[in-house]
Design a protein around this ligand. Structure first.
Ligand code: GLN
Length: 287
């Protein structure tokens, strides 16, 4: 990368950055270059575009270059920036947690229908990762009581930091445990976006995901159902009668997931489609 290391302005460095990303076949070169520059100089994108002749400090140029090199290695922009927006809020992200996906917002939308504003329901998030699901729910329904578990200690730390960022550290109980060992009952609602990718699809994922996001958060075992089954079986014992289980699934997993749910005594309320029209979320009730 040929960056003149003095007296470069925003416009010039962006051009350099975009070219570099293009040469390396990165998908959104303009957006990524702007986001990276805005992180480096700690200014909003709008401010950059309004002040294209501003000069950069030597150190900022070096940082910009380092971030571009990370993007060249296909590190996702959410890890480089250290955050990602989900639902209505900003969530801290690093390579210990799955990057929150817009499709997962479907789970929030559906869950809110079963959580009346005035009631204090007891909620559990299984495999909380960044904590994006449970934090978004609690922001909408502050009267609820919430717990969130994850087998990864590093993920729990990220989730706790996110809870702090959103002033919910005293309202969500984060527990680093394998859900199989968890023993707290009588939940009104359990929500989970478990790892559900099978071993063949896992190998075919984009390099950005495959080499950077945690396998633990993606892999659903050989057939993709190991964690889905675990969540359903455990939810059966943790939920109250008539309690709801909302689970995200892969788009080809509807039939088998419905079967597992029914075999475990759940009634299927609804199957919702994601933004691209694929089956993505099952709402069910423990009978
Ligand atoms: N609950 C988190 C999310 O939806 C993490 C899910 C996971 O790691 N599979 O983003």
């Amino acid at each position: 990368m040929n960056l003149v290391v003095f007296k470069m302005n925003y416009n010039e460095i962006l051009k350099n950055g975009v070219n570099f990303l293009k040469q390396n076949k990165i998908k959104n070169p303009f957006l990524d270059a702007e986001l990276i520059l805005s992180k480096v100089i700690n200014k909003k994108r709008e401010e950059i575009l309004l002040n294209t002749n501003n000069k950069l400090k030597h150190n900022d140029i070096l940082n910009f270059k380092n971030f571009l090199l990370r993007r060249k290695q296909r590190e996702p922009i959410a890890y480089i920036l250290g955050y990602k927006y989900f639902w209505k809020h900003k969530f801290l992200t690093n390579n210990s947690v799955l990057i929150p996906r817009p499709d997962t917002e479907l789970l929030i939308e559906e869950a809110l229908k079963y959580l009346p504003k005035s009631k204090s329901k007891k909620i559990l998030d299984i495999g909380t990762g960044s904590g994006c699901i449970i934090i978004s729910l609690l922001k909408e329904r502050p009267k609820c009581l919430a717990s969130a578990v994850d087998i990864s200690k590093k993920a729990i730390n990220v989730a706790k930091n996110n809870a702090k960022l959103h002033q919910l550290e005293n309202k969500i109980n984060f527990i680093n445990i394998d859900i199989d060992k968890y023993k707290s009952y009588n939940y009104d609602l359990i929500i989970s976006n478990p790892p559900y990718i099978n071993s063949i699809d896992l190998n075919r994922l984009d390099v950005d995901i495959k080499f950077h996001e945690p396998k633990l958060a993606l892999s659903g075992g050989f057939d993709g159902y190991t964690e889905i089954k675990k969540v359903i079986k455990k939810s059966k014992t943790l939920l109250k009668v008539n309690g709801k289980l909302l689970i995200e699934i892969g788009h080809k997993q509807k039939t088998q997931s419905v079967k597992i749910l029914m075999d475990n005594g759940f009634y299927i309320n609804k199957i919702s489609k994601d933004l691209s029209g694929k089956d993505r979320c099952i709402v069910s009730t423990k009978l």
